[in-house]
Design a protein. Sequence first.
Length: 452
Amino acid sequence: MSYEYLIFGQQNINFAPIQFKGMAEQAKIVLEGKEYEYPVITGTENEKAIDISKLRGETGYVTLDIGFKNTAATSSAITYLDGEQGLLRHRGYSIEDLADKASFTEVVYLILYGELPNEAQYKEFNAQLRDHTLVNEGLDSMFKAFPTGAHPMGQLMSMISALGLFYPKSLDPNREDDAVNRTVIRLLAKMPTICAMISKKGHGHPVVFPRNDLDYVTNYLNMTFGQVSMLDYEPDPVIVSAMNKLLILHADHEQNCSASTVRVVGSSQSNLYSSVASGVAALWGPLHGGANQKVLEMLEMIMEDGGDVQKYLDKAKDKSDNFRLMGFGHRVYKNFDPRARIIKKTCDEVLNKLGVNDPVLEIAKKLETAALTDPYFVERKLYPNVDFYSGIIYRAMGFPTEFFTVLFALGRLPGWIAQWQELRGEKQPISRPRQVYTGETARPFVFMKDRA
Ligand code: ACO
C-alpha cells in the first residue's frame, strides 16, 4: 500500500511504505533469565536502531530515555543528519548545495514533496503561493487587539492558531480531496504576510500589502522594510540572497523539539494550523529557536559589561551558575553545525556589503575563539550552532532582537508541514509515551479533620 497527496491537480506524490535497508540482525535482551530477540533495522544511511515496539507486550518492560536522547520516535525520509560528521541533507541534497544553488521556494517544494520541482511545477507552485497571500480582515481585527510590545512569537502562535478558525471546512486532516494541500499552500502563503504584520506593528507602522509580482523572499522583505508611501522599495540583492540562505538553512532539521511537537500534536489528528502553532510554541524556548534572541542579548550584555569574554566563559563552566553560553552546543551535532559555517560566511558578506562595523561581532568572534580552545567546551563537544551568527545578520538587516525567532519559524514552516504530512500520510498511531512511576503507592483517603 502507498499513500498519495494530490498536488495542484498535476501530479500525485507517493508516500511509499516505510522501507528499511536491512532487518536481518537481531538484538538480544535477557530479562529475568529469559531471552528475547528484537529486530535491528538499518536506515538508508546505515544508521542502526533496535525496534522494540513489541517489548512491552512481550516482557512487560518499557525503556526509559528522558529527553529522547537515544529514541527514534519515527522513521522519516525528509532529512538526514549526521551529528558526528556535521552532515545535513534534505531528501538527499546537501545543505551546502541547497544554500548555494537553490531558492527558498525550491527547497520548500523539495522538502514537502520529495523532489526538486521542474520548471512547470515551480511556476505552478509559486502561482499557488501568490494566490493566497492576503489574510482575512477578521484576523487583522484580532491582531490589532494584541497589546503593543507583545512578544512576536506569542503573536505568531496566536495568529497561526486563529488562521484555522477562518477555514473550518479544511480542518479535517483526513479529507481525501485537495483540502489538506490547500491548507498547506495557505499557511505557506500567509506566513510571510503575518510575520511582516508583526514587524510593522512593532514599529507602529502601517501594514504593507503583499505584492504578488515579487518572489516569496523579496515580497516578504518588501512587506517588512517597504513603506506604504514608497512603492518602489528595492532590497539589496545581497540582502535577498542572505535571507534566502537563512530561510533555507532553517527549513527542516529532522526530529528536533518543535518538529517532534508538531508530530505529537498531529498524531491525535489535530489540524495542521494547531499542530504548527504548537511547533511555534516549542520553538520559542531559549534552548531551541529562542536561542537566537538570547545570543544577541548575551553578546550585548558582555559588551556592556566591558567585553570580558573570559568572565562569561567561566560563568558558563561554573555548575553553580545558571548561565549558559547561548548559541553553543547541540543535542545532535557533536563536531560542528554545518549551518553555522554557511551562516558565518553569509554574515561576513552582509556586514561588508552594508558597511556595518558591529562591535557585537567582535565579542562573538572572541567568544568563539576562546570557547573552541577551552578544555570544558572541547571535551563536551560544544560548538557554535546555527543561532550563534544568525542574530548578527538579522540585526545588521534591521530586525529587532525580539523578532529573530519569528524568522526561524518562517524558515522552519515547510519542515513542520512536511513532518506533519509524513505522519498523516503513513497513518502513524497517536503518540503516547509510557513512564516509570516514582510517586506514592496506594494509600487510603484521609478526611480533612484527621489530617495533620
Ligand atoms: N554552555 C555551557 N555548558 C553547556 C552548554 C552551553 N551552551 N551546552 C551544554 N553544556 C554542558 C552541560 O552543562 C553538560 O555538562 P556536564 O556534562 O558537565 O553536565 C554538557 O555540556 C552536555 O549538555 P546537555 O545539556 O546534557 O546537552 P543537551 O544535548 O541536553 O542540550 C542544548 C543541548 C540544549 C542545545 C544545550 O547545548 C544548550 O543549552 N545550549 C545553549 C542554548 C542553545 O544555543 N540552543 C540552540 C540549540 S540549536 C537549535 O535548537 C536551533
